[in-house]
Design a protein around this ligand. Structure first.
Ligand SMILES: NC(=O)CCC(=O)C(=O)O
Length: 259
């Protein structure tokens, strides 16, 4: 499976500009023939949280319509990053996943809200896991700060996830954490981590870029720099099974003693 990470810059609080830019980048990335694409976190609005009431996507409708149509037209799976989605109970930071026929394959709302960027003041947390299947691979969706919660990630891999898709807006001062946490999640869960961060800056933060794919042994297969970029890597699900056979972490767990 060939996967492209679309490391976008994001126009602050400007969904129209971001939809247009994302569509252009998706078309560009798809021309190289990947099986799957992934976008960053909150890519329609950025962290313009004080204006979310006005600019969030009502129930993700516009995002879902565009991404479903592009997935079908281009014949590519799209892990459509996350967007601010307004629902009756509040605004969530939600990921939508489309398979290459344009069908909604999965959905996940960020469970852990990041106080340092005021998410808890403007967003409602999700309440459920984001497990889905693409081409017979069991996958999970995670959003940015979620990678600091190894128990949350393990809850997905213990249920069979072999690919972890992470969409993020991770600031540059914690780039070392981004790399270390992603590599650790890959090694301890013996799975692929496919992580797409944003590039550029907003009024409060410079973002780190460095989107990457990590294999189940912890090796970085491809990694972007700090600027807008599309990077592509190939993954092989046999590698997950090989590593899990060599060091049978899942069989050796003692979960009954962990609480
Ligand atoms: N958007 C986020 O969740 C950022 C998380 C982050 O920066 C961290 O250090 O954790």
């Amino acid at each position: 499976m060939k996967i492209s990470l679309i490391q976008l810059d994001i126009a602050f609080g400007n969904p129209a500009a971001n939809y247009a830019a994302a569509e252009q980048r998706i078309r560009e990335a798809a021309a190289a023939g990947p099986d799957c694409l992934i976008l960053p976190e909150l890519w329609t609005t950025g962290y313009d949280l004080t204006r979310l009431e006005r600019i969030a996507d009502p129930d993700g409708q516009e995002t879902k319509a565009l991404m479903s149509a592009l997935a079908k037209e281009l014949g590519v799976h799209i892990v459509a990053g996350s967007v601010a989605s307004s629902r009756p109970a509040g605004i969530t930071n939600s990921m939508y996943v489309f398979d290459r026929s344009g069908g909604l394959a999965g959905e996940y709302s960020k469970l852990h809200l990041f106080r340092l960027m005021d998410e808890h003041l403007y967003l409602q947390p999700g309440e459920a896991k984001g497990l889905f299947t693409l081409d017979n691979a069991r996958c999970a969706g995670l959003i940015c700060y979620d990678i600091r919660f190894p128990e949350w990630v393990r809850a997905h891999t213990a249920q069979g996830a072999e690919l972890l898709f992470v969409s993020a807006e991770w600031p540059e001062p914690r780039l070392a954490h981004w790399r270390a946490l992603l590599i650790s999640r890959a090694i301890e869960n013996q799975c692929y981590v496919i992580a797409c961060n944003r590039a550029g800056a907003d009024p409060a933060n410079q973002f780190a870029g460095h989107s990457m794919i990590i294999d189940p042994w912890g090796e970085v297969i491809c990694e972007a720099g700090e600027e807008e970029e599309i990077v592509t890597g190939e993954i092989d699900l046999h590698k997950v099974r090989e590593v899990r056979k060599q060091i049978p972490v899942f069989a050796d767990r003692r979960p009954e003693l962990y609480l």
